[in-house]
Every structure is written in C-alpha cells, then in structure tokens.
Design a protein around this ligand. Structure first.
Ligand SMILES: *Cc1c(COP(=O)(O)O)cnc(C)c1O
Length: 499
C-alpha cells in the first residue's frame, strides 16, 4: 500500500516510512493513496472475531509491508485483558432513541487515546527496525493531560525507546498529575514546567530544532520522535473500533448487515471523526457523520457557514477540556480526499491558515462535505444538563465530552427527524472528570470536594465501581517531582542520555 503527503501527492512512501517519519518533509500529513475495501461478507466473518482479531484483519489491509505474524503480535500485546478492564475492549451500550454508546475508555488511562497509544509503540519500533534504524528513539511529548499519560503507559518498558513528558505544573487536574507522576517503567521521565501548556509545547519544539542537542543525541546513538496525533500510526488504530462497533450492532441485531448508521463524535483535533470517515471509505455503511463541538465551535461554523475555517476568535476553557482547541490539524486530511487529492489546493488552504488564521474551501468541496457531515455544538451548562438527563432517564453515566456528543445528537435527531441507528462515541470515563460529573448529577455533593474524595463520592451516588487504574492512584509512589523553569528545558535532555 502506498502513502502520500497531503501537500505533495507525487512523493510516495510505504507504511513503515509513514509511521517512522510522523510528518512529511513538506509539512503535510501522510495518507493512504487508496482505501482498501471491506465487503459485506468480510463484515459477517468479523462478527465472530474478538477485538484483537478484528484489528489484525483491518491492519493487514493497510500495513502491507508488515507480515500477518507481526501484526497479530502487536494486537495481542496492545489489546490484552491485562491492559483493558473490559473484555470487549471497545463495548457498545445501546440506549433509547437510536443511541449506541461506543465506550473507548476501558484502557489503562481511562480515555480514548489508549486505543491508539497502546499499539503505536509496537508500530513505531517495528517500522524503525524495518528501516534499519538502530538508534534509541526518544519520544518527546508536551501534554495538557490525557495524551501524556496515554503515551507514558504505551511506551513504558518498550525496548529501544525512552519517553519524556512535559506538563504545565498549573495546567492539569490533580488526577491527571498523579497519573503521570506515579508512572512506572525504567524508560520514562516526567517533568513539570513552571508555566502553561503553550510553554510546554514551545519548549518541546525548541528541543526538536536545537542543532547542538541533536548532535549530542546522535553521538549517544539516540534520536527524537513524537507520538503526536498527526502520525498515521495513531489514526489507523482508530478505524478499527468503528468497524468493530458496526459488527457488534449487527451481532446484537440492532441493525441488519448492510444497513446504514450515523456516527456522532465529540471532536477536538478532528482525528477521531476522521477515522470514522475512513471507515466509511472502506465500505462501512454510513449515512451521516455528526461533528460535535463544545463552545470552541470553530468546526461547527466551518460546516454550517460555507466552509469558512476561521480560528481568529476567543478561546474558551470549558468543562470538556480535551476538546478546547482552535486548530483541528486532521481536517487537512479530509479536504485532501474530498478535493480528489488536490495537494496544490490543500497547500494553499494551509498557507492561508498559517498567514491569516483563516481559509475558505471551494463551493464544490463544501457541497460534497455537506453530503457526509452534519455538525453542532453545546456549552457547559447544556453539557451538565445532558449528563443529568441521561443519568436520570436511562441510568447511564457519561463524562463531559461524551455528553457534548449526546446533546448534539439529540439536537440533530430533532432537527432532521432522521431515526437512523447512531454510534455516539464516548471518549473518557466519567470518573476521569468526576468533579464536573458530580456537579451535574448532584450539585449539593460537589461542595468543597477535591478529586481524591470525589472518585468515592461519585461511586457512592451512582453505585458504579471506580475504574481500577484510577482507584489505586493514591497508593502509588510519586516518582517524578521535578519542576523546571522553561528556560532550562534543553538541560533535561541530559536526563535522557544519562539514564
Ligand atoms: C483527545 C480527546 C478528544 C478529541 O479527540 P480528537 O481526535 O482530537 O478530535 C475528545 N475527548 C477526549 C476525552 C479526548 O481525550
């Protein structure tokens, strides 16, 4: 299978190169030149497979320079019951009025980033080996919370790699901080930056581009890499759970094989919903993809307002923080396909985004996109109301991000009258954002409680067990307590070299 860059379709690489490089030299994102298809009969044959086998089947269509044995081995390691608390890995829970909740948070960090970051280390190390790379790979991550922990957990004790995560000391929740500072593994490092997320992010960029540091790494037989969401190796694993959910819905007779579904996704960087579009490209019968945003509704405006993408606007801190984002990088991949792989045009749009923070897509592309996509957004108050309603009416407990998607779906169903069975993607455990969830379902209980007690409070009010990875968090030893000034960041590379 051939992969091309969104900004230069003449440059062709294989899957190992796409994964190892992460981003193309021209700044574009790697994409499969053509989508492998999955037919009705193949879906039928997948129905009796478990998640690991379904994943192997999909991966082997994309990773044609890997052997089936290699792929099976990656899946066995990544999607084990040791790592995922639910045996089904990504279970579907059917509720009323066409809602089928796809739970993607049963992994070791309780958010959906695990679905990709548990397997990415295997993809990456195998890709580097295939390319004859024998230096130790050092993964640098700047995080606002969820990605850092998921990357640490994925790369912990993976041979040939080291990982260092920088988080803003004042910018993450207590649970997120504990998740990172108690991380086990010989090859991991966690460092707090005395600053905000932007400081952490620009600090990491500084390391990537510092020539002296690069030379020093080289001398020690080491190199840098990133576990960022623009890497094809992070997107591919996300296609699997849409195919898997479709199989489960056929299996439990919610739909007939061949019947169309909708998919509604709480969206930030546009990675997760793009994977749903890719599942559709493979042949999963999809009617509408519904893009759900919070108050940072730049994508809603894009879909509703003639395809104008404009990030020049106020940035809001919301109760669904993992969706607080104004530049959705993966939209570039969608535009690439819908424009008929017009890399010249995409380059222009991205240049405009860079220069003016704004671009408008052609009428032709916009009209095509509107056939596949619908969009909506909801604010913090409505998010809370949705958590309360779904808990009281259906006894289903969801987190703030999932609630945004449920709210936008309800609004879509009412507006359009479309009664198609719909997958609503649930991206985090309600316990991961327990303070906001408690506030939503029982405001009196939320007075003065901090994150540590609130896990138990939420468990008590709802009679739902805390997820294991969060429940023993407070008994674990804190391994990393280093706080550094952002100007000292280059020195931290020595920690990687010495350890
Ligand atoms: C990362 C994240 C999202 C956004 O996903 P994208 O792929 O960036 O659109 C939504 N919810 C949670 C809980 C997340 O961690």
């Amino acid at each position: 299978m051939e992969y091309i860059s969104t900004r230069d379709k003449t440059k062709i690489v294989n899957s190992a190169q796409a994964i190892a490089m992460g981003i193309a030299d021209d700044g574009g994102l790697f994409c499969p030149k053509e989508f492998p298809k999955i037919c009705d009969n193949e879906i039928l044959s997948l129905i009796d497979f478990d998640y690991k086998k379904r994943a192997s089947f999909i991966f082997s269509k994309f990773l044609t320079d890997f052997t089936q044995d290699e792929i099976d081995e990656f899946c066995k390691k990544a999607y084990s019951n040791e790592k995922f608390e639910d045996g089904n890995i990504a279970p579907v829970v059917s509720l009323s009025e066409g809602k089928n909740i796809l739970e993607l948070w049963h992994g070791p960090t309780c958010a959906f980033k695990d679905m990709a970051l548990q397997i990415l280390p295997h993809f990456l190390t195998a890709s580097l080996k295939k390319l004859g790379e024998n230096r130790t790979t050092c993964i640098l991550v700047a995080t606002s919370g969820d990605t850092g922990k998921a990357a640490l957990d994925g790369f912990a004790n993976v041979k040939g790699t080291k990982i260092i995560v920088y988080y803003p000391f004042y910018g993450v929740s207590k649970i997120q901080k504990l998740q990172m500072t108690t991380q086990e593994g010989e090859n991991v490092q966690v460092i707090a930056i005395d600053g905000n997320f932007d400081d952490a992010q620009s600090a990491v960029k500084k390391i990537f581009t510092d020539e002296h540091t690069k030379n020093k790494m080289n001398k020690n037989n080491m190199m840098f890499s990133s576990a960022n969401s623009i890497n094809w190796g992070r997107l591919l694993p996300q296609i699997v759970y849409y195919v898997s959910a479709y199989c489960d819905m056929v299996k439990n007779k919610t739909i007939k094989n061949g019947e169309k579904i909708n998919i509604c996704v709480p969206t930030g960087n546009f990675g997760n919903i793009l994977a749903a579009y890719f599942a559709k490209q493979m042949g999963i019968p999809v009617n509408k993809l519904i893009c759900a945003s919070n108050k940072n509704n730049v994508l809603t405006d894009f879909f509703k307002n003639n395809g104008i993408y404009d990030k020049n606007r106020e940035f809001y801190k919301t109760n669904s923080p993992s969706m607080d984002i104004l530049v959705s990088s993966n939209l570039e991949r969608l535009l690439f396909y819908v424009s008929g792989q017009n890399s010249e045009l995409i380059k222009q749009y991205m240049e405009n985004l860079n220069l003016y923070g704004k671009y408008q897509i052609s009428k032709e592309i916009y009209e095509k996109i509107c056939c596949y996509f619908d969009a909506g957004y909801c604010d913090d108050e409505k998010t809370k109301q949705t958590i309360k309603n779904i808990w009281e009416n259906e006894k289903y407990l969801c987190d703030t991000h999932t609630a945004v998607a449920i709210n936008v779906y309800n609004e879509y169903r009412e507006r359009t009258g479309d009664k198609t069975q719909t997958i609503i993607v649930s991206t985090a455990s309600p316990f991961k954002f327990c303070n906001d969830v408690i506030k939503a379902i029982d405001d009196k209980k939320s007075l003065n409680c901090d994150d540590i007690i609130s896990l138990d409070i939420l468990s008590d009010i709802t009679n739902i067990k805390k997820p294991k990875p969060l429940s023993n968090l407070y008994d674990k030893k804190i391994r990393f307590d280093k706080i550094i000034n952002k100007n000292e960041i280059l020195k931290t590379v020595d920690i990687l070299i010495e350890n």
